[in-house]
Design a protein around this ligand. Structure first.
Ligand code: OOG
Ligand code: NI
Length: 480
């Protein structure tokens, strides 16, 4: 019997082999990431594993897929449920970039810390907003819906196996092989000819719409390894002749704790695809839609930390409007300086200020007669507790939109004068037919339960001191 955990780990490997055959530059990316990871591990020792063991990081991947209808998304949910992955987070990319990205998204991932440690495979999954009038006219919407209704992404037999894996907690070896091969096949690039006129009509609206609704199957759009030093990886890819997009999305590199997520990608490559022309002939052509991406993960932030993150990013944006000043302006140094004004440069302060998510563990009981400090941060400073950072397991809408846009062939068309479709979080949860987890709730519960457990282990009451980090309130020093 292969458990849901085993199915997930094996699927991540299967998909990695498939994508490596389809997109050879991906293999270069994985090889170089692993080189960088071994070097960082050799240089930093145990500290390199503070945000995940080297085994976890080496196997760690996220994929991205895109589907066209609520029914297709509900089927994706069943397939990933068989691998112990639940929809987590809601990302509305329709307004996240100037270019037309007509999708709302979630990520399927394990939610339990022990499962994440085993294999954190996650898949960023986007659903086309077919009825959003900013992108699609009533006529195009209708034809798109008809086209999508006529395709089948996953076979009924595959879905039956998925449901059985959920019910039984896994599959026997021969069913497991069938399930994994069938699931991987569903995400492989299809050789079926593409209707050229239909594809091009959708491409006028958005290359993403064409990639989703212009073909009769889905495919893995990219598969992303995790790297411990993304700046080193970025340089090394260039040394190997692979052009990366202009920037690394997310926080700048700096000397303080790494937070959230930094990502970069190489440009979509031209892949041979077959087209059916209006006169019925089939010809070879190519499309640039699939790319390679790499990411570095940092510490998860509390909601208050996230507010601060958004402000720091907004300030960096403002600063970059001024570029055009002295030619020798050091943009990196500017970004780092702005960062330092918003975030403390050490982990303890990140915790004490209620910005970062940590779990705590008990160290020793308080010596007799000494009163324990009245805050969790004080207990850590006094050596009663130790704190470990919690790694960010999710995505960033702005970086996601940045990765999408940097790989689009054209900006597409968006009519901002009409109202968009109201596709909010609860709508998406209804479509999924299962709980849509909120990342903040998961991180908050993980931190809180570790605090309760550690305090109980030391026989201490819950501290009530004013500097106890809470998960909701944190102020800028200037505001308090
Ligand atoms: C998804 C883009 C988002 C990420 O890592 O932020 C993403 C897509 O291109 O389908 O994968
Ligand atoms: Ni990605």
């Amino acid at each position: 019997m292969l458990s849901t955990t085993g199915l997930r780990a094996r699927f991540a490997r299967t998909l990695s082999e498939l994508y490596g055959r389809e997109v050879p530059a991906y293999t270069t990316l994985v090889d170089l990431s692993q080189q960088v990871n071994s070097e960082v591990a050799a240089a930093m020792g145990a500290d390199a594993e503070r945000l995940g063991s080297l085994d976890r990081v080496t196997a760690e991947r996220h994929g991205a897929i895109r589907v066209g209808t609520p029914g297709e998304l509900a089927q994706v949910a069943r397939i990933f449920a068989a691998m112990g992955m639940s929809p987590t987070g809601y990302y509305d990319l329709r307004d996240a970039a100037a270019s037309a990205i007509p999708v709302v998204s979630t990520a399927f991932r394990p939610t339990d810390p022990a499962e994440l440690a085993q294999n954190p495979f996650r898949v960023f999954t986007s659903l086309l907003a077919v009825d959003d009038r900013r992108f699609f006219s009533p006529d195009l919407s209708r034809r798109l819906r008809t086209f999508l209704a006529g395709r089948e992404l996953f076979s009924p037999a595959l879905l039956v196996l998925a449901d059985r894996a959920v019910a039984d907690g896994g599959l026997g070896e021969s069913d497991a092989q069938k399930f994994l091969a069938g699931a991987a096949r569903s995400f492989a690039l299809s050789a079926e000819p593409i209707d050229r006129a239909w594809y091009q009509e959708l491409e006028q609206v958005s290359a993403v719409a064409a990639d989703i609704g212009g073909v009769r199957s889905t495919h893995i759009n990219h598969l992303t390894p995790r790297v411990l030093d993304i700046d080193a990886l970025y340089r090394r890819m260039a040394d190997h002749g692979i052009t990366m997009i202009d920037s690394i999305q997310g926080p700048p590199r700096w000397d303080g704790p790494e937070i959230l997520l930094r990502q970069t990608s190489f440009r979509a490559l031209a892949e041979p695809r077959r087209f059916r022309n209006p006169d019925g002939t089939v010809t070879e052509g190519s499309l640039r839609v699939r790319f390679g991406e790499v990411e570095a993960r940092g510490i998860a932030l509390t909601p208050a930390g996230r507010v601060r993150y958004d402000r720091a990013v907004a300030e960096i944006d403002l600063g970059s409007l001024d570029v055009g000043g002295p030619a020798d302006i050091d943009v990196t140094a500017c970004r780092q300086q702005i960062w330092g004004q918003h975030f403390p440069s050490d982990e303890n302060s990140l915790f004490a200020e209620g910005l970062g998510v940590f779990t705590v563990s008990p160290v020793r009981r308080p010596p007799d007669g000494r009163r324990p400090p009245t805050s969790v941060a004080g207990l850590i400073a006094g050596g009663w507790l130790t704190a470990e950072p919690v790694v960010y397991e999710d995505f960033l809408p702005r970086s996601a939109a940045g990765i999408f846009s940097s790989n689009l062939t054209g900006a597409g068309a968006k009519d901002v004068t009409v109202d968009g479709a109201d596709l909010d979080e609860s709508w998406l949860e209804g479509v999924l037919g299962t709980t849509l987890h909120r990342p903040d709730d998961l991180y908050g519960a993980q931190q809180e339960s570790s605090i309760s457990w550690a305090l109980a282990a030391l026989g201490l009451p819950r501290p009530t001191g004013p500097d106890h980090p809470t998960l909701t309130a944190s102020r800028y020093p200037s505001e308090s």
